[in-house]
Structures are given as structure tokens and as C-alpha cells.
Ligand binder design. Structure first.
Ligand code: HEM
Length: 409
């Protein structure tokens, strides 16, 4: 067995590298497909950067997506008992399940995300975007994250769930607390506490909402899940609340970054943006390239169910591996000129939505939101440029996004 990567720990998850991880990714690609990356000062985790290896791992049943318990094992041993509820509640999310539970729940949820269901939302998405952009006048200076990219996906997922828009501020605060914990492989006790408080509050909210919705059903996602449950499919009450929380989180925390990262990238590439403005029919390909170039989800993880050889290295059962989606999307073995933005890239098989059974259920919704939002911004504001200091990337490595993006419209 070849020793492709030395067990020497390499640093990737630093706040400095986070501002521009791409030179580090390029070095990792030169050195091999698998690396032992430092997590905090003491631990390290095997991490795959190769596109083809991640594609295979994501489909391999010898690896498990059940990792909610593992997430708290990074905390000091004596503090872990405080976070049993955090692990239990996260463990009910579809994304952290294995078959047969995963297959059963995924089949039920797929009904809410069918191509027809997503396409049916198009007029609503267009109307929300129009309403949000109308007050933003060309020539004014705004924070595009605060005024547009943050609230848009949250508004859409709240509408889908049939939740009043006045819950927006509370939901965003809870969602940010979960992202702060989930977005780092080296989360702290404080971040775990914030996530646990948020998850309990969200679960309580949906417990009440589901009870109320049973009395007054509508055409929203929660009513659909209740219908499925009442038709005799197996979905427990707790699973129902957990999927509402997970959808709210996943629908908001990632799509905001597709729009924010996408617009930041376009603003730094004015020639490509001009070409897109003149050829709007390329918006689908352009959004795929923006998903590849600045991927909103930079890594996911799996746990080995048995001893395995991965990229020529024996890794024991119960170890975790990180699948570095953002790095795979810059893999020179998969993409020609991976570090060049090419809005017309052909055969763009990026892994921004992962692969295999956990492939993002919301991918079509996210794509539609991204395409309509970005095209509207590019066409309505031809003079848009960056304003203020250089934007900083938020310290959640897993969820790559900007806290603020000041622009002159
Ligand atoms: C640009 C936006 C988005 C990105 C980049 C993204 C990315 C991802 C990725 C990488 C995964 C799989 C992780 C893994 O393999 O472990 C995933 C799963 C998932 N996503 Fe998304 N997502 C986006 C938008 C959405 C939206 C809008 C929703 C729903 C409203 C959503 C709901 C989900 C759910 C429920 C799963 C779990 C699927 C399963 O385990 O079967 N996502 N997403």
C-alpha cells in the first residue's frame, strides 16, 4: 500500500487561509488526494480533496452520514454530556441519517421538492425579488447581504413552510447560531451552546406550528408533511419538527451565499459580467460556474463503518473523513484551468451539492433562486461596483459566505 500522504498535520482551517483558501487547495492537489488536516491545536482529520475520490466516497455504503454524535466529540470530554440534546436533535436531520431511515424520509420529502413543485414557485420567487429590488435605486450604496442576499432565501423558505415573515429576525439569529457550530470542524463549547439553544427554540416553535397547522391545513410544506404522515407513511412527530428546522436552516444558510459569493465574484470579473449581461441565456451555466468557483458549502463529512483503504491509506473504522467539496471543485484533474472563472464552462460536474444519496434535495430551488436573483442584479444595475473596504469571509469554514458586501448600485 503506498503512503500517499504523510501523517504530518497540515494547516488549512485557519482564519487567515479562510480569506483565500485557493492557493492552499492548489498545493494540496499537487501533493495528493488525501491529507491529514489539523483541527484546533491537538486533533487532525483525514481530508479528501480529489473530485473523483469524493464522488466515489459519497456513494459508498461503507461510509455513514450519521455524525451528529461525532460533532460533539470535538468538545472537551467533561463538557460533552451538556450537549446530548444537540446531538439528538441534529441526529434527526435527513442529512445525518443512513438507510433505511434516510431512504424512507428522503422519499417523503422528495414530494415537496419535485421539479413541478419547484417550478410552481417561480412566479412567487420572481415577485419577491422584484419587491425587494424596487426600493434599491441605481447610484445608491447598499449592503447587498443585508438588503438582499440574506433575507431573500429566508423569505422564500418561510413562505414554503407557511411561517409568518415576522419570524424572520428570530429565525436568522437561530440559523446563524447553528451555522457557527456546524461550519467549523473545531467548534467551541460556546458555539455548541448557542446551537443547542437555537435548536431547542426552533423545535418548540415548530411543535406549536405543526399542532396549529393540523387544525388549519394549507398548501405549504408543513401541511404536505402532515398529509403524508396522516396517509400512514412513517414519520414521527419529532422527525417532522426536525425536518422543518433542517429545511429552514439548509434553505437559508447556503442560498444566501450562492447569491453573495456569486455577486462578489462577478464584481471582481467585470468583463465576464458584461458578457453575461449581453447574453442572459447563459445564466444557467453562469450559476453552475459560480457554485463551483466559490462553493457555499466547502466540506461535508462521513464516518467509516469498517476499516477501509482510502486513496491508498488504511483508515480504521469509526474515523471521520472530510470531503472537501470546495477543493474538489478546483481539482485540476477534473476541471480545465480550475482557478479561472469561465461562465460558459461546459460539462461542469461540480460537487457544490455533493453527490450520492445525500445530493442536495433543494438544488433545483437554490438554482432557480440564484439564477433569477443574479440575473436581475446584473441587468438592473449595469454600473454596480464594490464600495467600502474589502469584504471579509465569515469565520465558518464549512459555510463560505460574506457577512457584508457593500456595493454602489
Ligand atoms: C446554493 C444552495 C445550496 C447548497 C450549496 C447546498 C448544498 C448541500 C450539500 C453539499 C448537501 C449534501 C451534504 C452531504 O453530502 O453530506 C446538501 C443536502 C441537503 N440540502 Fe442543500 N444546499 C443548498 C440549498 C438548499 C435548499 C434551498 C434546501 C431546502 C430548502 C436544501 C436542503 C437540503 C437538505 C434537506 C439536504 C439533505 C439531503 C439528504 O441528506 O438526503 N439545500 N445541500
Amino acid at each position: 500500500m503506498s503512503n500517499v500522504a504523510a501523517t504530518e498535520k497540515k494547516v488549512l482551517f485557519s482564519d487567515e487561509i479562510l480569506q483565500d483558501p485557493y492557493p492552499a487547495y492548489a498545493r494540496l492537489h499537487e501533493e495528493g488526494p488525501l491529507h491529514y488536516l489539523a483541527v484546533g491545536s491537538e486533533m487532525a482529520v483525514w481530508s479528501i480533496v480529489s473530485h473523483s475520490e469524493i464522488s466515489a466516497i459519497a456513494r459508498d455504503p461503507r461510509l455513514s452520514a450519521k455524525r451528529a454524535q461525532k460533532m460533539i466529540s470535538i468538545l472537551p470530554l467533561d463538557r460533552q454530556p451538556e450537549f446530548r440534546e444537540l446531538a439528538r436533535l441534529l441526529g434527526l436531520w435527513l442529512i445525518f441519517m443512513d438507510p433505511p431511515e434516510h431512504s424512507r424520509l428522503r422519499k417523503l420529502l422528495n414530494k415537496g421538492f419535485s421539479p413541478a413543485a419547484v417550478e410552481g414557485l417561480r412566479p412567487q420567487v420572481e415577485a419577491i425579488i422584484d419587491r425587494m429590488l424596487k426600493p434599491l435605486r441605481p447610484g445608491s450604496e447598499v449592503d447587498l447581504m443585508e438588503q438582499f442576499a440574506n433575507p431573500l432565501p429566508a423569505r422564500i423558505i418561510l413562505e414554503m413552510l407557511g411561517v409568518p415573515q415576522d419570524m424572520y429576525d428570530a429565525f436568522v439569529a437561530w440559523s446563524r447560531a447553528i451555522a457557527a457550530f456546524r461550519g467549523r470542524p473545531d467548534s467551541t463549547v460556546e458555539q455548541a451552546r448557542g446551537a443547542q439553544v437555537a435548536l431547542i427554540a426552533l423545535t418548540d416553535y415548530f411543535r406549536k406550528t405543526v399542532a396549529e397547522r393540523r387544525r388549519n391545513k394549507g398548501t405549504d410544506l408543513i401541511s404536505l408533511l402532515i398529509d403524508i404522515e396522516e396517509e400512514g407513511e412513517v414519520l414521527t412527530e419529532e422527525e417532522l419538527y426536525a425536518q422543518c428546522v433542517a429545511l429552514l436552516f439548509a434553505g437559508h444558510e447556503t442560498t444566501r451565499n450562492l447569491i453573495g459569493n456569486g455577486m462578489y465574484t462577478l464584481l471582481k470579473h467585470p468583463l465576464e459580467t458584461e458578457e453575461l449581461r449581453e447574453n442572459p441565456e447563459f445564466i444557467r451555466a453562469a450559476v453552475e460556474e459560480l457554485l463551483r468557483f466559490e462553493s457555499p458549502v466547502q466540506f461535508t463529512a462521513r464516518v467509516l463503518k469498517e476499516d477501509m483503504e482510502i486513496c491508498g491509506r488504511r483508515i480504521p473504522k469509526r474515523f471521520s473523513v472530510l470531503c472537501m467539496l470546495g477543493a474538489a471543485n478546483r481539482d485540476p484533474k477534473q476541471f480545465e484551468e480550475p482557478n479561472r472563472l469561465n461562465l460558459k464552462r461546459l460539462n461542469n460536474q461540480h460537487l457544490a451539492f455533493s453527490a450520492g444519496p445525500h445530493f442536495c434535495i433543494g438544488n433545483q430551488l437554490a438554482r432557480m433562486e440564484g439564477q433569477i436573483a443574479i440575473l436581475n442584479l446584473v441587468q438592473r444595475y449595469p454600473g454596480m461596483r464594490l464600495a467600502g473596504p474589502q469584504p471579509k469571509w465569515a469565520p465558518t469554514f464549512g459555510f463560505r459566505g460574506l457577512n457584508s458586501l457593500r456595493v454602489m448600485l
